[in-house]
Ligand binder design. Structure first.
Ligand SMILES: Cc1ncc(COP(=O)(O)O)c(C=O)c1O
Length: 401
């Protein structure tokens, strides 16, 4: 019997999610206010160690809302990694500002604090470190640099909900932090997001901007141009169910990533990220680097062969400075991001979700090992055939006198 298909991701909605969503529907509070929304914002803020959380329609709108609330506008520059999902840079662009790309650290795969200062100009207003794939960025030196230069820090924690940095929850480490609750994220409601922050001065403006700019004290009076970035009470109900099981969800994701690391450790040409000693990760996706020389084939051929065997994977993000909307400006700035480019061309994301069994993980790792070994055998056989052909050709040459 062929092994079952293994998707790259799957939401785990096995707790009270369905019952709470049904309760929201039965109550008729299905739009953007209701008790589940209040409960989710309260519980999520507490889990992130911040006084405030504002729920949004997705992680991209959370980013845009955070930047708009901080007053980012035309002419501003914002430092971001290029190794992230496109939304991080797009949110800066929505504000009319310019994302300036800085390389990542080869150990953490997150924004490299040693490379930020060289990118700061008099236009720079802030920095967006991304906690890539669930591993926190090294926030202390980033916060220190930001303080020195009078910049804000917004954490993009879309892939790292409930991770911790030196014991402190992500979401509490900058002026604001943003989260995604898309279907493949650590907790999900299909589409959703949130912004967390400590400064009470931001809350009124953020809630107004989220709700079309309406004055909370005067219905249909809009003193500013806002957006409709609200989350529904039905979606918040699903998130309340997820919040109840968040510790188990994160723990299982950590076990899965540890098992991948153990099983892939001996496979030639497969590289893995090791967690920094100060990181408590909340793994979004397990990932590995495929070094073609030692592994036997390139990343995309490995992914295609895994797909033939029913195992779904994702290539690492294409670095944003290589994508059409951003490439011309990056070239003009002579943007050179070797660590980002290497991860972009060698990185492969592997199936990661709580329902994945240990045997599934072993099956994925065994398949990777077998595909690499077969590719190496084919390569050695081709090299041997070339040598034999060269020897035969040499034998046909006239002998020297
Ligand atoms: C780092 C990062 N930022 C932002 C987002 C955007 O989140 P959403 O898809 O909920 O808009 C994502 C989503 O995948 C992400 O990975």
């Amino acid at each position: 019997m062929p092994p079952r298909t293994i998707p790259v991701s799957m939401p785990d909605l096995s707790g009270h999610e369905q019952a709470y969503a049904a309760e929201a529907v039965a109550s008729t509070w299905i739009s953007s206010s209701g008790p589940f929304l209040d409960r989710f914002e309260r519980e999520f803020a507490a889990a992130c160690g911040t006084p405030h959380a504002v729920a949004t329609s997705n992680g991209t709108t959370a980013l845009h809302l955070a930047l708009a609330t901080l007053g980012v506008g035309p002419g501003d520059e914002v430092i971001v990694p290029a190794m992230t999902y496109i939304a991080t840079a797009n949110a800066v662009t929505y504000c009319g500002a310019t994302p300036v790309f800085v390389d990542i650290d080869p150990e953490t795969w997150c924004l490299d604090p040693r490379r930020i200062e060289a990118a700061i100009t008099r236009r720079t207003k802030g920095v967006i470190p991304v906690h890539l794939l669930g591993h926190p960025a090294d926030m202390d030196p980033i916060a220190e640099l930001a303080r020195t230069h009078g910049l804000w820090v917004v954490e993009d924690a879309a892939e790292a909900t409930f991770a911790r940095y030196k014991g402190r929850p992500v979401g509490s480490l900058g002026q604001a932090a943003t989260f995604s609750f898309f279907g493949n994220k650590i907790i999900t409601c299909g589409e959703g997001g949130a912004v967390t922050f400590a400064d009470p001065g931001l809350e009124r403006r953020m809630r107004m901007l989220r709700g079309q700019g309406m004055d909370p004290a005067r219905r249909y009076h809009f003193p500013i141009v806002g957006f409709n970035y609200r989350l529904t009470n039905v979606a918040a109900a699903i998130l309340c169910g997820q919040m109840e099981r968040r510790e188990a969800i994160v723990a299982r994701r950590r076990e899965i990533v540890a098992l991948y690391a153990a099983e892939l450790a001996g496979v030639p040409g497969i590289g893995l990220r090791t967690d920094a000693p100060w990181a408590e990760t909340a793994p979004w996706m397990a990932a590995c680097l495929v070094e073609p020389g030692r592994f036997g084939c390139v990343r995309d051929d490995l992914a295609a062969t895994l797909a033939d065997r029913g195992i779904d994977t994702r290539p690492m993000f294409i670095p944003i400075h290589r994508l059409p909307p951003y490439e011309p400006a990056a070239r003009k700035r002579r943007t050179d991001l070797p660590v980002t480019d290497r991860l972009g061309s060698l990185g492969l994301m592997l199936p990661t979700y709580p329902q994945l069994t240990d045997n599934d993980v072993r099956h994925v790792c065994h398949s990777i090992g077998a595909i690499g070994a077969a590719a190496l055998r084919r390569r050695r056989a081709a090299a041997a055939r070339r040598v034999a052909a060269d020897d035969a050709a040499a034998a046909r040459l006239p002998r020297a006198a």
